[in-house]
Write a protein that binds this ligand. Structure first.
Ligand SMILES: C[S@@+](CC[C@H](N)C(=O)[O-])C[C@H]1O[C@@H](n2cnc3c(N)ncnc32)[C@H](O)[C@@H]1O
Length: 463
């Protein structure tokens, strides 16, 4: 498969059929071959130039919109055209929700080859359309031309950094802290880590915190331990920022010496204050380690968790197995409605938080286990009414799905941020009539992006 840059100078007129799961428009050229075009909307007529030509599909760059969609809007972020963080900011919010529904339904009919018996619910809108993200992770590098420090997001499908001053979808105070850090890093003598030359130190700046508690944590991801003088400078920077922003609860270093795209390494050390923060969801408070997973849209996550708990425990008092439990946010919503919960999580720092959070919120009906879902001894856990899974984007290992089928709970509640792997895994669970797909409840946790979170509710086949 050969790829040529700027393969065709000629303009092609296209009608856009729909969007794919990456937020790109799908169309076809005169020969019927699929063309992907970023920045367009379904129903638009556009002029494009092909940028790559592969055996089964091409990609193209938008040149002109001849017939715009009535729901097309001016993006509110000045970096939107270049930054890879958001994909559908050029659509009105109600239309974004409609496009997410279509992507989800496509995944189920194309990959899972099934439709839910009760259908798909409309995508539930987020309470905030911008300013909702409680975490930003920004790669750091040095400009090849000027040598200046670059902190931003990766450009779409590239490792080139688009320098941004602020991210309008982030909680506003995170942008104020980002400004302080940008100046502080240069002053502290922290050099970006350069993968090719294997020089420098700083790989990512991560800012996260509690939207409800207001707590903020800075995490600097470094390749190796800094010199004592640099360490001292970083501590001074943290103190300076805390003077202006007392809600900054700590600055931590996370060490990631490995090559590749994973942001966090296994070891985290606090340099100033704490290496964790607290967040409130509904009337419960949770501790999050610097590297633990958190839903980025706190207020919408509360609605998601409430819906999962209602579906997993329709009458209250059920026995629930929860896999991929993180720090135990969903666990506590489940515990409030069930007889007992067995919760499993793999990431060590999250397991510690999970145990602490369960007792912090007063639940004595939860057993929290550390370990991977693939290695869980399902034969030793006894009968379960409901199994709840909330795996990473890659979905569940097929062995885990087989074990769930053998355990034969009355219902499986599958929470996912990736319609493709959700549809694939639900398809596997419904094989041989083990389970029936009852309904799918989508929630928008990520306004302005192409992502959608969903809950698939499956009932045991024979019931
Ligand atoms: C999408 S998060 C969900 C966490 C939690 N339900 C929440 O809403 O905060 C997925 C979690 O699964 C964990 N995880 C990833 N692979 C795992 C595995 N093989 N076994 C158990 N847990 C795993 C991750 O560490 C992460 O905490």
């Amino acid at each position: 498969m050969k790829t040529k840059a700027s393969v065709s100078p000629e303009l092609i007129r296209l009608n856009i059929e729909k969007l794919d799961s990456q937020g790109d428009g799908i169309s076809r050229d005169a020969t019927g071959k699929i063309i992907f075009v970023p920045g367009v909307l379904p129903g638009e007529t556009v002029l494009v130039r092909k940028t790559t030509e592969k055996k089964d599909f091409s990609t193209a760059r938008l040149v002109e919109i001849e017939k715009p969609h009535p729901e097309r809007v001016k993006p509110f972020c000045p970096w939107y055209e270049r930054c890879g963080g958001c994909q559908i900011q050029h659509a009105s919010y109600p239309f974004q929700l409609k496009m997410k529904s279509q992507v989800l339904e496509d995944a189920f009919s194309r990959i899972g080859r099934m439709l839910p018996l009760e259908g798909f619910a409309p995508v539930e809108a987020s309470p905030l359309e911008s300013g909702y993200r409680n975490k930003i992770s920004l790669p750091v590098s040095r400009s090849e031309n000027s040598g200046a420090l670059e902190i931003g997001y990766f450009q779409k499908r590239s490792h080139r950094i688009v320098t941004i001053d602020r991210c309008p979808v982030a909680v506003p105070v995170l942008n104020e802290i980002l400004k302080e850090i940008r100046a502080g890093i240069a002053q502290a003598g922290l050099l970006p880590y350069e993968e090719r030359a294997k020089q420098g130190l700083l790989r990512h700046v991560v800012l996260r915190g509690g939207q409800e508690t207001g707590e903020i944590l800075i995490i600097l991801v470094v390749h190796h331990s800094p010199d004592p003088s640099i360490t001292k400078n970083i501590i001074s920077m943290a103190r300076r920022i805390r003077k202006r922003y007392p809600q900054l609860v700590g600055l931590a270093l996370n060490f990631n010496p490995s090559a590749g795209n994973v942001i966090f390494g296994p070891v985290t050390k606090s340099l100033s204050g704490r290496a964790f923060f607290y967040e409130r969801l509904s009337d419960m408070t949770f501790k999050f380690d610097a590297t633990s997973f958190a839903q980025v849209n706190t207020r919408q996550a509360v609605r998601l968790y409430q819906a999962v708990a209602n579906e997993a425990c329709p009458s209250g008092g059920e026995n629930v197995l929860e896999l991929y439990a993180g720090v135990g946010t969903l666990t506590c919503f489940l515990a409030a409605r069930s007889s007992r919960v067995l919760a499993l999580e793999e990431w060590g720092p999250s397991v510690d938080c999970l145990k602490e959070n369960v007792s912090r919120n007063g639940f004595s009906n939860v057993r929290a286990l550390g370990g991977s879902a693939e290695k869980l001894d399902f034969s030793a856990i006894g009968p379960m009414d409901s199994v709840v899974v909330d795996p990473p984007r890659s979905g569940c290992h097929p062995d885990v799905l087989d074990h769930i089928a053998q355990l034969s709970p009355r219902r499986v509640i599958y929470v996912s941020c990736n319609p493709s792997t959700l549809a694939r895994d639900v398809g596997l669970l419904c094989r041989e009539e083990h389970f029936h797909l009852h309904k799918v409840l989508p929630f928008d946790l990520f306004p302005q992006t192409c992502h959608v979170e969903s809950i698939a509710i499956l009932d045991r086949g024979s019931s």
